[in-house]
Each structure stands twice: as C-alpha cells, then as structure tokens.
Design a protein around this ligand. Structure first.
Ligand SMILES: [Ca+2]
Ligand SMILES: [Ca+2]
Length: 251
C-alpha cells in the first residue's frame, strides 16, 4: 500500500483579514510555558473502525445521481462495487456514538482524521473524480470538507482538523460557524464523486481513525502548535500556519 501522509495545506482562499500583534505573541508564549509546566496531555486514538464486520454502522446517501452502490464488509473492509451513472456522488459515513459528539477542545478534541481509501474507477489510474473527508452537524445543517488528492489503488490519508484547511458549501464559513459545527458532530466519513461515463467502479474504506493528536513528523512541536491554534485569534493562526508549513517543507 503506498503511504501518503497529508500535512497542513493551504486553502484555496486565504482569509484576508489576518494580522498578528504583540499581545497574541505574549499569549502564545504563556500557552507554551503553561504546557511545559503542566507536561504533555495524553494523546491517541479516540475512535477507530477497522471495518471488522457487518455490525459496523456505516451509511451512504446519494448526492446528485444515485450511484446505486452496495457498501458492505467483505473481509473486514468497507467496499462497494457500484453501477454509477454520470454525476454520481454520495456521502459514506458513520454516526457511531464513538465517532460523533463534541470534537472541540472542550470535548474529545479531535485533531487528526486518518483513513485508508481504495479506488478502482476504471478510468486512467483508477482514481475517483473527487474524494473528500467530511463531517456534518445537523444543528447548523452544515457539511465541512477537506479535499483529498484522488489516487487509484490504496492510499493512506492523514488530515489535520484545523479550521483554515476545511471549507463548507452549505452555510457561513466563519470560525464561529466551524466551532459550532465541531462542537456537535453528527456524521463523519468520505464524500465521493464517481467518474462520469464509467459503469462499474469499486471503492473501499478501511482503518478509519479519529485521533486527538496531530500526526506529524515532530509531534512535540505540533502539540504546542495545536494548543496555540485552539487559543489564538486569526492573526496569530496565520503566522503559526506559515511556521508549520516551513517545518513540513524541511521534514
Ligand atoms: Ca479492516
Ligand atoms: Ca449536531
């Protein structure tokens, strides 16, 4: 299985009203000092579904044309071979009680979503037309998406749950809106757009994980950055992001 770890990426639209100030730097240093005094919080997997059996509570809902998919669990992998028409798209998700709820820092504090995804679309390399991670809050009625780069075959994805890198298309996308959705997650999964004009397409999901730690080359550093993201305003978040991008380029 090819291993591809996705780090922090820029959104297509950077926010325009970003600026830092001395107070935010002081606040950041206070957070750093506080964390060093308090020690590291324990971190690890909050939810994991290895698709071990038919009892796994995954659902799918078409969006656009129905791909007439038949998701099931042969061999411990959630798999569908679908008969798809043009513009076939669907949400494939879990509402398992272990996976949903309050993802904010005040709750279980989800920071990374990981999954293995398989695609055999019958077109080119076999990649899907579009693959995103998504989570959904029924209260605000908003889906939040993170675009994954589609590949054929198995790919491992690891995605930071950081506001700057996610977008929504069905409601306001401010930080307060993100926080409101994050505090009451009802579904999490993969949004999939099938290749047009290809009748039989196979996709699969395995090892779906919600983690309360950043998965990065330098976990200690990024633990601090995560705390800073949680407590700082927009201005400082931009500078943290630039710093984080610099670290990732070096790794
Ligand atoms: Ca499995
Ligand atoms: Ca909710």
């Amino acid at each position: 299985m090819p291993l591809r770890v996705w780090g922090i990426r820029k959104r297509s639209q950077l926010r325009s009203s970003l600026k830092g100030d001395g107070d935010s730097m002081k606040g950041f240093m206070a957070v750093m000092l506080g964390l060093m005094l308090c020690g590291y919080a324990s971190a690890g997997i909050v939810f994991q579904d290895q698709m071990g059996g038919v009892e796994d509570p995954w659902s799918h809902t078409p969006d656009g044309a129905d791909p007439t998919s038949n998701w099931a669990h042969p061999g411990g992998i959630l798999t569908s071979t679908s008969t798809s028409g043009d513009d076939a798209r669907e949400y494939v998700y879990t509402s398992d009680l272990g996976a949903i709820g309050d993802w904010s820092a005040a709750g279980v504090d989800i920071r990374t979503i990981k999954a293995d995804f398989y695609a055999d679309s019958g077109v080119g390399s076999g990649a899907a037309s579009l693959v995103t991670l998504f989570f959904y809050d029924a209260g605000t009625d908003q889906h939040w998406f993170y675009n994954l780069t589609p590949y054929g075959g198995w790919t491992h994805y690891s995605v930071p749950v950081v506001y700057s890198y996610w977008y929504t298309t069905d409601g306001p996308d401010g930080y307060a809106d993100w926080q409101a959705s994050l505090a009451s997650v009802d579904q999490v999964g993969i949004y999939l757009a099938y290749q047009p004009g290809e009748d039989v397409q196979t996709y699969a999901i395995d090892n779906f994980i919600l983690d309360d730690a950043f998965e990065t080359p330098e976990p200690g550093t990024f633990y601090f950055l995560g705390a800073a993201f949680a407590s700082m305003g927009f201005g400082f978040r931009k500078r943290i992001r630039e710093f984080a991008n610099g670290l990732l380029k070096k790794s």
